[in-house]
Design a protein around this ligand. Structure first.
Ligand code: FMN
Length: 171
């Protein structure tokens, strides 16, 4: 699958088979995440890889729309370090780029995933930080629920001319 095909065919996958994801493949996914661009190349990201059943289940108590984690073999929590950024707030953009890289690498590898929002909801950030034992300066941005797909989805065509302006807002 080439890069363009991966981008336009990626969908959120919320049902998985019981097949575990190998350590080698997890490493490839994380390498893709860490290939993302970042402001001043500060790479403010950390990734918490969760494979323990008990810890995966605990995530579902924090994420109301993350119940698919009960059947996922893997979660990757993308976190940002506020001490590794040239300007306050840039870590969110850097870590979002890493998250999208992860989603695309997942899809291109024959896996499926869904982005579960954490940041900027204070209660989710607080509870997740406690569960994972994150240090003060590290904030969770998103949880990715990952596994081999047990559902197939057609690509979504979202191309919309009305969202495009040429040269300036009004002609
Ligand atoms: C910031 C963010 C938060 C999201 N949170 C959730 C979530 O909590 N639960 C969920 O099932 N999907 C979540 N999604 C996935 C979106 O629902 C999904 O990307 C959107 O409906 C488009 O569908 P697609 O990913 O299949 O193209 C989230 C996506 C983003 C970018």
């Amino acid at each position: 699958m080439d890069a363009y095909e991966a981008i336009v065919t990626r969908r959120s996958i919320r049902a998985y088979t019981a097949q575990p994801v190998s350590d080698g493949l997890i490493k490839e996914l994380l390498a893709a995440a860490m290939s993302a661009p970042s402001a001043s190349n500060r790479q403010p990201w950390y990734f918490v890889v969760v494979t323990e059943r008990q810890q995966l289940d605990a995530l579902t108590a924090i994420l109301p729309y993350g119940q698919m984690l009960k059947h996922a073999p893997l979660a990757i929590i993308v976190c940002g370090d506020s001490e590794r950024q040239p300007l306050e707030g840039l870590w969110v953009q850097d870590c979002s780029a890493a998250t999208e890289n992860l989603l695309l690498a997942v899809h291109a590898s024959g896996l499926g995933a869904v982005w579960l929002g954490v940041y900027p909801r204070p209660e989710r950030i607080e509870e997740l930080s406690r569960l994972l034992g994150l240090p003060e300066q590290v904030t969770p941005l998103a949880v990715l629920s990952v596994g081999y797909p047990a559902e197939q989805k057609e690509p979504a065509d979202r191309y919309d001319e009305s969202r495009i302006r040429h040269n300036r807002w009004t002609p």
